[in-house]
Write a protein that binds this ligand. Sequence first.
Ligand code: AMP
Ligand code: GLY
Length: 424
Amino acid sequence: MNILVIGSGGREHALCWKIKQSPKTADLYCMPGNGGTSEYAVNCDVDILDNDAIKNFCKEKKIDLVVVGPEVPLSRGITDVLETEGIRVCGPSYAASRLESSKIFAKELMGRYNIPTAGFRIFETADKAEAYLREIGTPVVIKADGLAAGKGVIVAKTVPEAMKAAKEILEDKVFGSAGNKIIIEECLEGEEVSILVMSDGKNIISLASSQDHKRIYDGDKGPNTGGMGAYSPAPVVDKKLFNEINKTIIRPIIDGLAEEGTPYKGVLYAGVMITDLGVKVLEFNVRFGDPETQAILPRLKTDLVELLMATASGDISGIRLKWDKRDCVAVVLASGGYPGKYEKARQITGIDDAEKEGVVVFHAGTMVQDGTLLTSGGRVLSVAGMGLGIKKALEHAYAGVDRIHFEGMTYRRDIAHRAVERLG
Ligand code: AMP
Ligand code: GLY
């Protein structure tokens, strides 16, 4: 079948890499793709925010299945548009994708189905937000209601810091209309995990657990990023915790959405905090995680196309997933200065040598110019290494990292530190 992957990050490269391995795949396209996806897919220069252009592309190329990487096209109803044309899409409808595109929608839904999450209040004006902040104090979390490219969450340690965030969002509109409302939320403490599942609207299949590293510096210091590395599985999610997450979070959210007439079809990503009072939802994402996907897909033995197509067709009941016994660690290599300002167009060398170490290198912010591979974004590559046990996986991943070079290259040296500490 002909398949289109929408997006241009490491996640989409990993999806293309895995989809290309399936005997079911005929033509594979990536929209717009990056310097690495072109190895497996035809990159196509179509605006991923233009639903009509995507629709016309799919009709022209006789696309059978569309896999949507990022949240923005989903929040603009690409699934609904394509399904009206009879094109299968692995990704939720506009209505169900509000789980990510409106934090208030997600909070209220969780409230209706008693799903554990941080306590919160909604505010539309900075004055009222300020009065409330003075009353409750810090630490506290300020969240823009809408999509803000991963920047709309501020964990504030002081009241002035919290007020500044509330003002910038509500008054200065730093995130545009995504900040017409904010949530002020209780700050949770604990260990964070990413739980990814597939659902056809009714049935649920768990993908592997994983853990991301959001901060730029080792020891979880510095500003938040899109994610600096991930590993899978996360040993903190043992059988008991896995069952608790399914019972208290995943099952009720899928059933709740179905009950409300907006069934959820696609990948659901629950960002969960393991607190002393049990697991609580930090956020839902309506898509594969990045870089979690780069640490999960190398472990998946099942044909990914079968899973994606079954999800898109609305029946995953016949699917059983098989996993590699090895752990996988994906280390993100970023441009110097990220997540702030950074230089672009720096030459990247050493990927072939890294691959000789047995790692898979997924591209994100890369481009090919006159035959030379250059950096073109904040997160540039992720290097995925596998091994029996987390330590072996780490050795492989970092042996690959050591071979790669570009000016300003920045990465964390402590990916999977929690698993290493836990397992001793
Ligand atoms: P989100 O975009 O909602 O995932 O938030 C980004 C990051 O902010 C999360 O991965 C957490 O590290 C942090 N965060 C979000 N909500 C809370 C909360 N209520 N308490 C503590 N940290 C949070
Ligand atoms: N790894 C965080 C995310 O995909 O949103």
